[in-house]
Ligand binder design. Sequence first.
Ligand SMILES: [Cu+2]
Length: 147
Amino acid sequence: MTKLSNTMTTHINKPALIGLLIALMMLLVSCGGSLQQGYTTQTLETNGFTFTYEHPETADMLKDYDLFIPITDADGKPVDQATVFLDLTMPAMYMPPQQPIAEALGNGRYRVSTLFTMEGEWHVHAHAIINGTTQTVTFNQNVAYQE
Ligand SMILES: [Cu+2]
């Protein structure tokens, strides 16, 4: 048996092994998040707080979406007990105010269920009241018209 395992070891060449490791790492990365199909993320920092925006890469107009905003503090710890809401605007024009409030999911994650009422480029301002202070970052969201 010793001779057999020696033979097998020499037959696994290094490039193949490295390729396998890379493939495994990519699998881990893709499984690491719980991103929905067609979703992507943006990450912004303000005053030591890191906001992530998990969102459809291009949203369909007037379709309901769950948008997720995980927040961590300067130590990388999840921020719970925050009041989080979004302010959805279009840079190109005035739109009626739309400020959906987020639901806290725990582990620093917040969810907003909303839709976008027009095609084009939107600004998603995420406001989080953390310990009495409002922290704000602005993400981008593209919205396309779908029949
Ligand atoms: Cu508009």
